[in-house]
Design a protein. Structure first.
Length: 100
């Protein structure tokens, strides 16, 4: 989990999220992710082991975060604010929403 709090990882998540802001539906986000993922995963790759899910790339995390934003109907705050809040984006009092 310390990796997810690293400044470089947070910058990458927020950079990818900035590019994903123009996507306004889960369907469009899934299509975008499938195109992105197609270029990253080798053909015939094995499904990830559970422990490897904690080592997800900043791109994967950014897509998951955008998925949650779309479900909630509002934009969340910077990645480090979400991680530091501990409770995640569902806690309105955690200061993770920009209100935008």
């Amino acid at each position: 989990m310390a990796r997810w709090r690293a400044p470089g990882f947070a910058r990458q998540v927020d950079l990818v999220r900035a590019h994903l802001r123009v996507i306004h539906s889960h369907e469009a986000l899934a299509l975008s992710y499938s195109r992105e993922h197609f270029h990253v995963e080798p053909v015939g790759a094995r499904p990830p082991r559970p422990i490897s899910l904690l080592r997800r790339s900043a791109t994967d995390v950014a897509y998951a975060y955008r998925w949650m934003e779309l479900a909630m109907g509002h934009q969340g705050g910077p990645w480090l604010a979400v991680v530091d809040a501990g409770a995640g984006m569902s806690d309105a009092g955690a200061g993770v929403s920009t209100g935008a």
